[in-house]
Design a protein around this ligand. Structure first.
Ligand code: RTP
Ligand code: MG
Length: 133
């Protein structure tokens, strides 16, 4: 069984969409193995988004993820990494397909509600950072 890290980011928590996002994950028959609401330190944010360190939006991204609490989940199931990315929709909510979390519930960057690991390597690394395994 595959595991992936899912974050409901600050905009999702602020808009009280945690339940709606969990509902969609469960409706897809994925398992939520662990879940916690937490603050993300600058250190954790920079580590988590290390691949984006040189991008123009890096500072905005770190500000965004550290400014309000997030809900972190370890999500498990067959093909969980790719399945979660499909449920989430495209990075830019303006382009995300209807039926997806971002397509249905978000409008523009950086407020795209969720994070999902993008590969088995990222998933292991990110689960280690957020759940210490
Ligand atoms: P995530 O990592 O959050 O699951 O999202 P993703 O793979 O779909 O997108 P990624 O390219 O990894 O970007 C990470 C987060 O950075 C913000 N972003 N802003 N202003 C911009 O052009 C821009 N591009 C990306 C988004 O919050 C995105 O989720
Ligand atoms: Mg990403």
């Amino acid at each position: 069984m595959e595991e992936t890290l899912v974050l409901v980011k600050g905009d999702g928590v602020r808009r009280r969409l945690v339940g709606e996002i969990i509902r969609r994950i469960e409706a897809k028959s994925l398992d939520i193995d662990a879940l916690k609401k937490m603050n993300v330190s600058r250190e954790l944010a920079e580590e988590h988004y290390a691949e984006h360190r040189e991008k123009p939006f890096f500072e905005e991204l770190v500000e965004f993820i550290t400014s309000t609490p997030v809900v972190a989940m370890r999500v498990r199931g067959e093909g969980a990494i790719k399945v979660m990315r499909t449920l989430m929709g495209s990075t830019n909510p303006a382009e995300a397909a209807p039926g997806t979390i971002r397509g249905d519930l978000a409008l523009s960057l950086p407020d795209n509600l969720v994070h999902g690991s993008d590969s088995p390597e990222s998933a292991q690394r990110e689960l280690g950072l957020f759940f210490g395994q």
